[in-house]
Design a protein around this ligand. Structure first.
Ligand code: SF4
Length: 348
């Protein structure tokens, strides 16, 4: 029996929406997907007219769909945004060099400029060199701390006033669960925010906060978007991976589970009295930091002195040195297709 789209009632249904199991045709799916993101942007006042916005672009599906949809909505709804793509080259041969080629094609496809910032230029280390030095145990900690700062530096260089990242609803739900499991209430408070960093760093926003990962994949697939889906060479079997699998299991039974976890996290945020440390400036490089030296300078100092574990040494009762977590994940730019922990627990 031919099933018709539940929205237009005319065309043949082509897919079942993971978020609500609604059977829809491709055109209605595109419209619903794009307009839900538009609504998230409007309801949460993510942008102001005239904003120069860095779109964090890894070449993976999330950031590619983000670049595509933001470009489209910017024109359709006349947001008046000045968009550009911002990519980080961590220096991972066979992974980031290939994904950067995708971003370069996206630059042409979407007609927005691209800025690439490399770890080598900023820190004089590539991830390949760091892994040679430290092995595969804490590589994502270094990578995540460096990436976060590299994105801020790249955005500042390009005079952006905001950064948009491709974190989706699944990512937010995973981070909420991980922060609950770790008992990290301060991070729990922050990870549910749709805009972070307003307290000093460049504000980062998540237009996909309520967008299901599966729908992003479907959208990229049906629209035949050009994205990169190879796993990072150094991707560990992360703790985050277990949270991801758990959420997928919940979603299979109850599609609403992802949004329910986010809603629960938001309520924790309201009830939480946990405070984040006060922000100042790193005495060494001037980057925002709650300690004397920022996380990146602590890690770099250890690397440059041939003592790479210095920056990730656990201090009894105080977590890890300078607050640098022994994260099995880093910041957020690498493709999430890679199943890497790239947007892990160093806050979004
Ligand atoms: Fe960096 Fe992600 Fe690769 Fe880890 S998995 S080294 S955070 S790109």
């Amino acid at each position: 029996m031919v099933r018709h789209c539940e929205l237009c009632k005319a065309k043949r249904a082509a897919l079942v929406r993971p978020r609500n199991r609604q059977q829809v045709c491709k055109d209605c799916f595109y419209t619903a997907f794009e307009e839900e993101i538009h609504q998230t942007i409007v309801d949460n006042k993510l942008f102001n007219r005239g904003d120069r916005v860095a779109v964090a672009a890894s070449g993976g599906k999330d950031s590619t769909v983000l670049a595509h949809v933001l470009t489209l909505l910017n024109k359709r709804h006349d947001y008046g945004l000045d968009l550009f793509l911002l990519s980080i080259d961590e220096g991972i041969a066979g992974y980031r060099d290939d994904s950067l080629e995708t971003v370069k094609r996206n630059e042409t496809q979407y007609g927005i400029p691209l800025e690439v910032v490399s770890y080598k230029t900023l820190y004089n280390w590539t991830m390949d060199e760091i892994v040679k030095e430290i092995g595969l145990k804490n590589n994502c900690t270094f990578c995540g701390v460096f990436r976060r700062q590299a994105l801020d530096r790249g955005a500042a260089k390009m005079k952006a006033v905001k950064m948009a990242t491709g974190h989706n609803a699944d990512d937010v739900a995973e981070t909420i669960l991980l922060n609950i499991v770790r008992g990290d209430i301060a991070r729990l408070a922050r990870c549910t925010s749709i805009i972070t960093g307003e307290e000093g760093a460049l504000p980062r926003c998540k237009p996909f906060k309520y967008t299901y990962e599966k729908e992003i994949v479907m959208y990229a697939y049906f629209k035949k978007l050009d994205y990169f889906s190879t796993e990072c060479t150094y991707s560990p079997n992360a703790y985050r991976g277990f949270a991801r699998e758990f959420i997928k299991d919940l979603e299979a039974i109850r599609p609403q589970a992802i949004l329910d976890i986010i809603s629960s996290g938001e309520r924790f945020r309201i009830d939480s009295t946990a405070k984040m440390p006060e922000q100042g400036l790193c005495e060494r490089c001037g980057y925002i930091s709650s300690q004397k030296w920022c996380k990146a300078c602590v890690l770099l100092d250890g690397l440059n002195r041939g003592l790479p574990k210095l920056g990730i040494t656990r201090t009894r009762g105080k977590g890890l040195a300078n607050g640098v977590e022994n994260a099995s994940g880093g910041g957020k730019l690498a493709s999430k297709d890679d199943r890497s922990p790239s947007k892990a627990n160093i806050d979004f």
